[in-house]
Design a protein around this ligand. Sequence first.
Ligand SMILES: [Mn+2]
Length: 400
Amino acid sequence: METIRFFHVADLHLDSPFKGLKHLPKEMFERIHNSTFASFEKVVKEAIERRIDFMILSGDLFDEEDRSIRAQAKLVKQFQTLHTYDIPVYIVHGNHDHLGSRRLEIDMPDNIHIFHEKTEVKHLTTKNGALVDIVGFSYGTRHIRERRVGEYPKGTADRYTIGILHGSEGSIHSSHETYAPFTVDELLVKNYHYWALGHIHQRRILHEEPFIVYPGNIQGRHRKETGAKGCYEVVLGGHHTELSFIPTHDLIWETCKVSLKGTGRFGEVFQRIQQAMESICGDSLIEILLTDEDSLTKDINIKIDNGDLLEALQSDIGGHGEMKWVHSIRRSTGKSGFREQDPFKQEVIATLENMDEEDWNEALAELYEHTSIYRFLEPLEEDEKKSLKYETRHLLENKG
Ligand SMILES: [Mn+2]
């Protein structure tokens, strides 16, 4: 069979709000807020340069159910660019941007092929005459709990068959909710040439020949989505696959571990952190993780806990050409100046102190994603979160 070349992209989460970073300097926040778009623009640029035959988007193009017109317009502009270069795009919608969500649709150019909520096969003939069947379905509603892979027809010998599936592989434990679950074996029996998965934001190759792949999201959105992000270029020739990862992120999230062994002065602590940060390349949002803090004086401990150190690090940034922003400092001991000696309680308190947007979502998921409750709930305000933390701490301190 003729060789085919395509991009596998997933979880764009365009227009992610980055709510937790609103307090940042305006220019910086705008850069971050635009990063999901910037990453997709790079995807499109690479697609054109590499002259791919087609592109697959495996769900969660948008972050919110009621996607903004601004986000849609920006996406359509990129689709039009692909249209100019005669590159078709095959799209399924996922749990974040399901078909039933409230929206004002902007008309799509005719190179855009969106899958129906019923599983269907789309046929494509590439410029060099290769026949490709692409199979998939879009989420009609937010919660697709049932197994859907049974609806996928078997692949045929005379053509390429590619499956698109936005869902959860059974053995992966992640913070993502379980949707449209499947196992690798269930996919293998279909005899497809490639499985273009979406939903899990961490890049993973579940199987080779045929390749079963989560490309991860294209731009990290919080401190846990660290490292390079992007998409895969896939070249299929008969039963041989070439897979290359293409980084397209605009900004990178990193955790930078800093040992404070033997440090006695605040200046030394500051310097150690700066040195450690030099190893991070590119524009980044950095979490500092302090370890070996035993030798720290009480005075330095206070300066870490009251935010002085973070403030000093943040005010030093800029003027070096690269953007390196320390968004938080975490302590390995989890002491945070708290009297508690019980290591279990210390751990719980440290976890509590370091909860970010994603952690709250995770903790509240059962309530906030409950089919009949979620629509009645308002998101928690910062002061509500604070009082929840306070109450939890209070409980821990006062119960044996
Ligand atoms: Mn997603």
